[in-house]
Design a protein. Structure first.
Length: 281
């Protein structure tokens, strides 16, 4: 079964709301934030209607959901208070993810804010060494970035180096993003097999746990993170369909983060149930 879903809401009823929204898209997986994506105080995770949501997932064959940690986490920061806040926030979100029985949590590695890539890589590893105990039941996934600003994790080599410096690396995975890869200079449209081989040689395909699916508003190698609806961007719908169905991705969850709330049509298009979404006609 193709695991395809979208970033959905936890409004009012928490995990239950996410499952109910996913059912309306006929999705087979989904992604949530367990608090605002900007961080801040979180609602008690015990109020997320976990058991009812998990039962509803079983009824609708929805599996392997994903949690995304807040953007505010910056483990590469040279500012002590910012780094410490990021450590505590990610540690807490890992616990919240585990309570929900979800096995993947994704986070953005961070920005070195002018201190340089080497500093940022070491700082992120330091943060993960502070957080991880080795007893986690979830995969903590570093998301690959688009190359904008002072962000760390744009190149496969940067992600690999972070992982190499972490003691409990057995709990680390990677989340890819089609928009980020294309914008960072990985030509997934014309050379996806070669890119995947490069990923395997540098990081290892066994660490690829989640794939975010987005078209790109900006051209190849633009170093800008601008998501677009499937088929409206520079990657294109046909290329994204080839990537999504590629055998090397196996059964990992594919998560749409596209704008405009067009998830139902995009999922139908990806599955081949419609020739094109209405916004392309």
């Amino acid at each position: 079964m193709l695991k395809i879903g979208a970033n959905v809401s936890i409004a009012k009823t928490g995990l239950l709301a996410a499952v109910q929204e996913s059912i309306t898209y006929d999705a087979s997986t989904f992604m949530i934030y367990t608090r605002s994506n900007r961080g801040g105080k979180a609602r008690p995770i015990e109020n997320f209607n976990r058991d009812e949501a998990l039962e509803l997932m079983k009824q609708h064959n929805i599996i392997d959901p994903v949690v995304h940690a807040p953007y505010l986490i910056n483990l590469a920061s040279p500012v002590a208070n910012t780094w410490e806040y990021g450590v505590e926030l990610l540690r807490e979100d890992i616990r919240r993810t585990e309570y929900l029985g979800i096995q993947y949590i994704v986070f953005h590695p961070g920005s070195h804010v002018g201190e340089g890539m080497e500093y940022g890589i070491k700082r992120i590893a330091e943060g993960l060494n502070e957080i991880l105990t080795g007893e986690e039941t979830t995969w903590v996934c570093l998301e690959t970035m688009a190359g904008d600003g002072s962000k760390v994790g744009n190149r496969f080599e940067e992600i690999a180096e972070i992982i190499s410096l972490v003691k409990h690396k057995e709990r680390l995975g990677v989340c890819a993003d089609t928009c980020h890869w294309y914008s960072a200079g990985y030509n997934i449209v014309n050379d996806f097999d070669a890119i995947m081989q490069q990923f395997d040689d540098t990081i290892g395909l066994d660490r690829l746990k989640v794939f975010h699916i987005n078209d790109s508003k900006t051209p190849f190698d633009s170093h800008k993170d601008r998501h677009e609806n499937i088929g409206l961007g520079s990657i294109g719908g046909e290329a994204l369909k080839r990537i999504i169905h590629h055998e090397l991705l196996g059964d990992i969850p594919r998560i749409l983060e596209t704008p405009e709330g067009r998830y139902k049509e995009e999922i139908q298009y990806i599955r081949g149930e419609i020739e094109a979404p209405s916004y392309l006609k």
